[in-house]
Write a protein that binds this ligand. Structure first.
Ligand code: DAH
Length: 343
C-alpha cells in the first residue's frame, strides 16, 4: 500500500512538471495516464491486491489522482486550442479560410437587369408571358394577318405537331397579352427569349433575347416615346452618347422608327463595328397602330400608345467586348466566370 501511494505521489509530481502545448504531446499524455491501457486503469487493477481495510483509503487516493490527471488534461486541452500555430493537428482558426466559389450572373441577365431597372425608374412594370404562343398573339393581332408579306421579316419555327403554335419571333406577343388582359394606363417592359430560324454564326443565333416596352394611355405621343428612349440611352450608355431616329416600317406601329446610338467604340468616328457609319441601330419603335389597339379591345379613338423592342445580346456584346454571340449559350465556364462579381 505504502508503495502504491508513493507511486501516486511520484506520478503527480511528474504531471506537475509537464509542459504540454501541442496536440501530439497532449494525446501522448492522455494515452499514458488516462487511456484504456493507461496508468490510472492499471492502478485501479491494483485494488484487488490491497488489504480490505485499506481499500477505502486507496480508492480515495486513486480517485483524487485520477481527477487531478483529468483536470490537467482539460486545462492543457483548452490551452492547446487557443495557442496559435503550435496546435499540431488542431485547426488554426486564425488562418485565412478557404475561398468559397460563388457563381456569377450571366451577361445577358446582367444586361437585362440593367435595362429593366432603368425603365422601372420611369414607372414601367415588368410583365412575362409564353415563349410558345399562337399565331394570333405573335402575328395576327399585331396587324400581320395571314399572307402578310411582313411575316417573312422573321423566319418562324412552327410546332410540327400543331402549326397553329409557334416559338415567338419577338416579345411583341406580350404587348397583345398585356392589352387583352388589362385596361389603360398600361406601362410595361417585357424581357424574354425569342426564336428565329436563322443560320447560327458569330453575329446571329436561332434564339436570342429582346425587351419590349409598351405605354398606352390617353394622350400618349411620339414626344413621350422619344423622351423615354433618350432617358434610357443616357442612363444605359452614358450622357455623351447621341441618338437618332430614322423612319421605318413595322406593321404594328404607325408611324414607325428605328433608333440608332452613336457608336460606343469609335464615338461616332466610324469603325468596323459600326461599318464606318458612326451609328449603331439598337431598336425599333413607334406609335401603336390603331388596329392593334382595337384587336385587343382598347378604344383607339380614346387611347394612344407607344411601343419599342430591342435586342439584349447586341448591347451586351458592346458593353462587355464579346465578339461572338454563340458564347452566350455555350455554357463555357471560362467565359461565364469572367462575370463573377458583376451586378
Ligand atoms: N418586334 C420587332 C422585332 O422583333 C421590334 C419592334 C419594333 C418592337 C417596333 C416594337 C415596335 O414594339 O414598336 O423586330
Amino acid at each position: 500500500m505504502e508503495q502504491v501511494l508513493q507511486q501516486l505521489a511520484d506520478l503527480r509530481k511528474e504531471i506537475e512538471s509537464l509542459q504540454i502545448s501541442n496536440a501530439k504531446a497532449l494525446e501522448e499524455y492522455r494515452i499514458k495516464f488516462l487511456g484504456t491501457k493507461g496508468l490510472v486503469k492499471a492502478l485501479m487493477g491494483e485494488m484487488k491486491n490491497v488489504a480490505n481495510e485499506q481499500k477505502k483509503a486507496f480508492g480515495q487516493s486513486l480517485n483524487e489522482f485520477k481527477q487531478f490527471a483529468e483536470a490537467k488534461y482539460e486545462e492543457w486541452k483548452n490551452g492547446v486550442g487557443e495557442s496559435n500555430g503550435t496546435a499540431g493537428d488542431i485547426p488554426d482558426v486564425t488562418l485565412p479560410g478557404d475561398a468559397i466559389a460563388v457563381g456569377s450572373r450571366h451577361p445577358i441577365s446582367l444586361m437585362r437587369n440593367r435595362m429593366v431597372q432603368i425603365f422601372q425608374r420611369l414607372g414601367f412594370a415588368v410583365a412575362d408571358g409564353p415563349e410558345i404562343d399562337d399565331d394570333w398573339h405573335n402575328f395576327t393581332a399585331l396587324n400581320l394577318p395571314e399572307n402578310h408579306p411582313a411575316r417573312d421579316m422573321q423566319d418562324t419555327f412552327y410546332i410540327s405537331t400543331n402549326p397553329a403554335w409557334l416559338l415567338r419571333t419577338h416579345t411583341s406577343n406580350l404587348q397583345i397579352r398585356a392589352m387583352e388582359h388589362s385596361k389603360p394606363p398600361i406601362r410595361i417592359v417585357t424581357p424574354g427569349r425569342v426564336y428565329r430560324n436563322e443560320t447560327i454564326s458569330a453575329r446571329s443565333h436561332c434564339f436570342f433575347h429582346q425587351i419590349e416596352g409598351l405605354y398606352v394611355d390617353e394622350n400618349v405621343s411620339f414626344a413621350d416615346l422619344k423622351q423615354t428612349l433618350y432617358f434610357f440611352v443616357q442612363e444605359m450608355f452614358g450622357k455623351e452618347v447621341k441618338v437618332r431616329f430614322r423612319p421605318s416600317y413595322f406593321p404594328f406601329t404607325e408611324p414607325s422608327a428605328e433608333m440608332d446610338i452613336s457608336c460606343l467604340l469609335c464615338k461616332g468616328e466610324g469603325c468596323s463595328v459600326c461599318k464606318k457609319t458612326g451609328w449603331l441601330e439598337i431598336l425599333g419603335c413607334g406609335m401603336v397602330h390603331p388596329k392593334v389597339l382595337d384587336n385587343c379591345g382598347i378604344d383607339s379613338n380614346k387611347y394612344t400608345g407607344f411601343a419599342f423592342g430591342m435586342g439584349i445580346e447586341r448591347p451586351a456584346m458592346l458593353k462587355y467586348g464579346i465578339k461572338d454571340i454563340r458564347l452566350f449559350s455555350e455554357n463555357d465556364v471560362r467565359f461565364l466566370k469572367q462575370f463573377t462579381g458583376a451586378v
